[in-house]
Design a protein around this ligand. Structure first.
Ligand code: ADP
Length: 478
């Protein structure tokens, strides 16, 4: 209820039709508490119950009643003294009195005037039901835009149905069975006061029909938005869980990968030291030193590659991949990189076939292009060991096409798209080392160069990676 009540603020005129004392408390107590919290002056017009009942109900809400009363932030007043003091009953006078009260309240430093009361004072009084309804209609001209609001309480067991009917016609907001309703059967003051022409009545009816329609539409829209939101939240939750899982896996893979070259590196250096310290000969033969240092360098290169990949990823994540554009020959780049791989290919038992004859010139970044070729080649040798690896470079008028094909383990269809993601791998770390970053970095570079990369593969039947690069930089003239 308290949450629902936050929907009604200053300027509102609310009827609250309740059936029991508990129900009555459940709305007026949070209503008053909320007003006190907002720095409004709260006035309670007592009639059905005595002040002690209201004090207890507010106390149970955690309100310091004595203090609120002392500050005159809370005022408990006898409704009959307010409304029935004057005979005859003149609704216009009562509205003027409220305006006066509002002015005093604001002058006393309160942010607004929050009224509520038990409406039983009118039962059996000199005020007729017509006059009472007249008053409610006038209030609907007073409240909107004012710093005053009112929650009129009606015990439905005490009032005749005719009166409740009129109450519903004269309150734009209705609380019924702890629900706050935008009152669709609320009538404009001029209708209630009998000032409206037939035409205005028709206008009102049409407006109500439209409002109802609009409410329906809004509800459907809201429902759809909620459903979307729920779906989106579920997706985000799943995504973040997957990301956390992936990060944990990555940390264990990365530390393992970084450690792998360290062991042979340490062994090489230890061996060399031992030989220098304890060897018989005064001088260690040059080729032994060279071999040990070469071995160490090889491991250092591996470490450098790993650390570079990690750095690239952090740069990419921060969107800081700077490119140096220049005119290059892709054929030449591929040939150079392939040459560097000659030894590794031989070791993997792969015949490295490069089909790139004519220069294919375009505007790219040399180091990044080398990185693309390097990543694709090292994967082909790793996952296609023992079988030939085929590389081709082709020129199209506007684009260059690089294809790296191996005949290795291949990739399951469900992993084909995923492997381009950060840290994504489709093999077990026990069989193949790797950080799962090569293809991620490769795709990012290719896309930064304005191109695209795709893969075709079947499990057990090798993989073909195809990179297409525009030869001219987008926006370059000519
Ligand atoms: P890494 O090789 O370090 O795992 P990559 O990003 O280079 O990381 O590759 C991601 C995954 O894609 C690999 O783990 C592997 O499952 C798969 N993959 C990449 N290249 C090939 C290939 N040529 N053949 C089969 N699978 C491959």
């Amino acid at each position: 209820m308290a949450r629902q009540l936050t929907r009604v603020g200053l300027g509102k005129h609310v009827c609250f039709i309740h059936g029991s004392f508990e129900e009555q408390i459940s709305a007026f107590a949070p209503y008053v508490r909320m007003g006190l919290e907002r720095g409004e002056r709260c006035v309670y017009w007592l009639d059905e119950h005595g002040p002690e009942v209201v004090r207890a109900a507010l106390g149970a809400q955690g309100v310091d009643v004595a203090r609120a009363l002392a500050r005159r932030a809370l005022m408990l007043t006898n409704a009959r003294e307010v409304f029935l003091r004057r005979v005859p009953f003149v609704p216009e006078d009562l509205v003027a009195m409220l305006a006066q009260m509002e002015a005093e309240t604001l002058a006393a430093g309160f942010s607004g005037l929050r009224l509520t009361g038990e409406s039983t004072w009118m039962l059996g009084s000199h005020a007729s039901a017509e006059q009472y309804i007249h008053l409610e209609a006038l209030l609907n001209r007073f409240f909107p835009g004012s710093r005053t609001m009112c929650l009129c309480q009606f015990n439905r067991h005490r009032f005749p149905a005719e009166l409740i009917h009129d109450v519903l016609r004269t309150h734009p907001v209705a609380i019924i069975e702890d629900e706050v309703h935008d009152n669709l059967i609320y009538e404009w003051p001029e209708l209630v006061l009998g000032e409206a022409s037939a035409r205005r009545r028709v206008e009102w009816m049409v407006a109500q029909l439209k409002r109802e329609r609009e409410t329906d539409r809004k509800l459907v829209e809201l429902g759809m938005k909620l459903a979307e939101q729920v779906e989106e939240n579920a997706r985000l939750y799943e995504e973040s869980r997957a990301a956390v899982r992936m990060r944990d896996e990555f940390l264990s893979v990365a530390s393992h990968e970084l450690k792998t070259p360290l062991t042979p590196l340490r062994l090489k250096l230890q061996g060399l030291r031992r030989e220098v310290e304890t060897g018989e000969a005064e001088v260690v033969p040059r080729e032994r030193v060279v071999r040990a240092v070469q071995g160490a360098e090889q491991q250092l290169r591996k470490l450098t590659v790993l650390v570079d990949a990690l750095l690239d990823v952090s740069r990419l994540t921060q969107g800081r991949l700077a490119l140096t554009w220049e005119d290059l020959d892709l054929t030449e780049v591929v040939r150079e990189v392939a040459e560097r791989f000659a030894q590794q290919a031989a070791k993997a038992g792969c015949a490295l076939e490069v089909e790139a004859e004519r220069p294919v010139v375009g505007r790219w970044d040399r180091l990044r292009l080398e990185q693309v070729v390097t990543n694709l080649l090292s994967n082909a040798l790793k996952y296609g060991a023992g079988r030939p690896v085929h590389v081709t470079v082709e020129a199209e008028p506007e684009r260059a096409v690089l294809v790296v094909h191996d005949e290795g383990i291949g990739i399951e269809p469900e992993h084909l798209e995923r492997i381009f993601g950060k840290f994504e791998r489709a093999v077990s770390g026990r069989h193949y080392g790797g950080l799962g970053l090569g293809l991620y970095i490769t795709r990012q570079i290719v896309q930064a160069l304005g191109g695209d990369i795709e893969v075709r593969s079947e499990p057990g039947r090798g993989a073909t990676f195809r990179v297409v690069l525009p030869r001219r930089r987008e926006g370059d003239a000519g």
